[in-house]
Write a new protein. Structure first.
Lengths: 428, 251
């Protein structure tokens, strides 16, 4: 590939910047070697790559600049929810702030500990789903993560879990550069909710690989750190068995640069997946949702629902693709990305794509971009609702279509509250 | 109550005057009706009074109990006691009808320095009002006007009016899109609010509504002006002869 030569120096510089992990088990070494090879073959992303057309990857690759204002006091999320709490500070698991890693129906281990052992099932997922997601588009930041990450969790779910596992990220350093990698396997019929929240680092590279076996269900609700200057490149890879369910939602408010990639593959028939997100930015804010869903099975339904509210020069990006091979008949694919621009100074860029080879499918995609509906605003104010509050109501209503993708109403309301708080603090 | 003097207003985007000098005085407890051919400026009058964007007031004044309406934001006009029942109530997906009503009511109370209603007090009030308008719990729970039939939307307007208990109610073609039964229901809702103090301005095309909501004064509006005022018999005259005779009379 031509990119290999052109980015070689930058790629080697990036690899050299991260300490190679200590000796680990064979599967771990194999996975890391494979990832390094991938990274070297494809090179680091550059602006002229089609896949990075709307988001400049430069800041994800440069040495981290220390935060000018270090925001460490972010109010925690999901406080009122009974959960198994796992706390990471600057990307390192803190045992004294975390709950015991024991929960009925689940086996949990730290990634570091799993790496030194020969755990057969982890080897089948760690770096494997990521490797699978490198085609047809390369994802170098994910390959880098596989090659060097040592922090994270390894979770195997064997049954119905009574409470969510909540990963809470905390940040103490101004120039922290953090990699986390979590691997989850849901065995047949198992059910797990994973929560993620908090400011992780000045720059976060996170990778989540999830194998959802037949008839299993995975729910994921994430509220990314709302520290303003942070950078994040996250990947989520999922492989879905027959009749499985997968639901992932991400709230992003603030952050200088966020690129969230989701790569979902249906491998069994009659499964369901939704990837959704609400994103709100004011000022120096660039948010990118990049989704790739492959329907490699029959009669599966996928949904992508993304809403972005932007003001003061903020930028929102959506790149979403549904790939339906010839054998994936009865596929139902839905994709919507909508931007709400609160002034003339912000940008919303959307690239919805469908690539369909089967002939008996329902696929729809749409993207809209507009301002607050003046008629609705007048209706609300004519009833006595102050304009700023009326605008908040309309913005929250607009965003709610994505939040409704969250199944659990308590979790959905936690997201609504956080977004509502953001709206109040960022009134025109 | 409502005093309008020589009110002239234009569309902001076009150099076109719609209201060309409206004079209208509605006393406390009175019901006035405005009739007039399409394009005469009836709806524009209701929008200018309630503060919709897109219009420029060229001249004149409008006061509600001596308070200048035209300088205020729409929400302040509402808090001052003005209410417009929309000809086309707006659908607002994602905003629950109850949330909307409670926010509106409490915003107005707050603006007037009154205590806000708590959830229980509000619920009690809304249930009683909804019942008399035959609005079921499901309609209250749904997003504002989304999926409502024409009749349901108009009943929802009257519910809002009943909850907000304004001094001055403007009903803009509330009869449009209503069947006979719905019109009766809506009219009963309006009539139950007539208490000798509250005033109404009823904009309509048809005399039929005025059989149910009997006006004290009927005005005929044409080309941005009130060309004739009279008693309820004026509405019957329009019903029987159309506007042509009246327009000729003035011309």
């Amino acid at each position: 590939m031509a990119t290999a030569a052109k980015n070689m120096d930058a790629t080697e510089a990036l690899i050299a910047a991260y300490v190679a992990p200590a000796t680990e088990g064979k599967w771990a070494r194999d996975a890391r070697l494979r990832a390094l090879t991938t990274l070297r073959e494809n090179g680091v992303p550059v602006r002229r790559d089609e896949y990075w057309k709307f988001t400049n990857p430069a800041r994800l690759l440069e040495p981290v600049k220390p935060a000018t204002i270090l925001e460490t006091s972010e109010a925690s999320m999901f406080d009122d929810i009974d959960k198994l709490l796992v706390v990471f500070e600057d990307g390192v698991l803190l045992t004294d702030l975390s709950d015991d890693l024991t929960l009925e129906g689940v086996e949990i281990e730290t990634l570091a500990s799993a790496m030194s052992k020969d755990i057969h099932w982890v080897g089948d997922i760690y770096g494997a789903l990521e490797a699978n997601g490198q085609n047809p588009v390369s994802r170098p930041m994910a390959a880098l993560n596989t090659a060097v990450a040592t922090e994270g969790l390894v979770i195997r779910v064997t049954g119905q879990v009574t409470k969510p596992i909540a990963l809470r990220y905390m940040r103490s350093g101004a120039d922290t550069d953090v990699m986390v990698h979590t691997v989850i396997k849901l065995e047949e019929g198992a059910d797990l909710t994973l929560l993620e929240s908090g400011p992780a680092a000045a720059r976060l590279n996170s990778s989540l690989e999830v194998e959802v076996a037949d008839s299993a269900a995975f729910h994921h609700v994430r509220a990314q750190g709302r520290d303003h200057e942070r950078l994040a490149a996250t990947h989520m890879f999922a492989r879905l068995g027959k009749e499985s369910r997968f639901k992932s939602f991400t709230l992003t408010v603030n952050g200088a640069l966020t690129r969230n990639e989701a790569v979902i593959e249906f491998t069994g028939d009659n499964a369901f997946a939704t990837v959704s997100g609400a994103s709100a930015g004011d000022g120096a804010y660039h948010h990118d949702d990049t989704v790739f869903i492959t329907h490699d099975a029959m009669n599966c339904e996928s949904r992508q629902v993304f809403k972005k509210v932007l003001r003061n020069g903020a930028t929102g990006v959506f790149q979403g693709k549904i790939l339906v091979p010839a054998h994936a008949q009865k596929t139902d694919g839905y994709q919507i990305a909508q931007g709400l621009l609160l002034d003339d100074d912000c940008t919303f860029l959307a690239k919805p794509e469908l690539e369909i080879y089967a002939d008996d499918v329902i696929c729809s995609h749409g993207s809209t971009c507009g301002a607050v509906d003046e008629t609705a605003l007048f209706y609300l104010t004519s009833r006595g609702v102050p304009k700023s509050e009326a605008q908040d109501m309309l913005v929250l209503a607009f965003m709610d279509e994505s939040i409704q993708e969250i199944e659990d109403e308590v979790l959905a309301n936690a997201i609504r509250n956080r977004l509502g708080g953001w709206m109040e603090r960022h009134r025109g | 109550m409502l005093n309008i003097k020589n009110l002239k207003a234009s569309l902001e985007d076009e150099d076109k005057q719609i209201l060309k000098g409206i004079d209208l005085n509605i006393g406390a407890g009175e019901v006035h009706a405005i009739m007039g051919p399409n394009g005469s400026g009836k709806s524009t009058l209701s929008y200018v009074l309630s503060g919709k964007g897109g219009y420029v007031v060229d001249d004149g004044s409008a006061t509600l109990d001596d308070v200048d309406l035209l300088d205020m934001e729409p929400e302040d006009r509402a808090a001052a006691g003005l209410f417009l029942a929309f000809q086309y109530p707006v659908e607002i997906p994602g905003v629950g009808n109850m949330t909307f009503l409670r926010t509106a009511l409490n915003s107005q109370r707050k603006a007037r320095g009154e205590e806000e209603l708590n959830a229980a007090e509000f619920l009690k009030l809304v249930r009683a009002e909804a019942k008399s308008l035959k609005i079921d719990a499901d309609m209250l729970k749904r997003p504002v006007n989304v999926g409502f039939s024409g009749g349901e939307k108009k009943r929802n307007e009257i519910l809002q009016m009943a909850m907000l208990a304004p001094k001055m109610c403007i009903l803009d073609e509330t009869d449009s899109g209503l069947d006979v039964d719905a019109m009766k229901l809506v009219s009963e809702g309006v009539n139950s609010m007539r208490d000798g103090k509250r005033s109404f301005l009823v904009i309509t095309h048809y005399q039929r509504l005025l059989d149910h909501i009997q006006p004290d004064v009927v005005h005929i509006m044409a080309d941005g002006k009130i060309i004739k005022s009279g008693g309820p018999e004026l509405a019957l005259e329009v019903e029987n002869n159309g506007y042509a005779d009246l327009l000729n009379e003035v011309a």
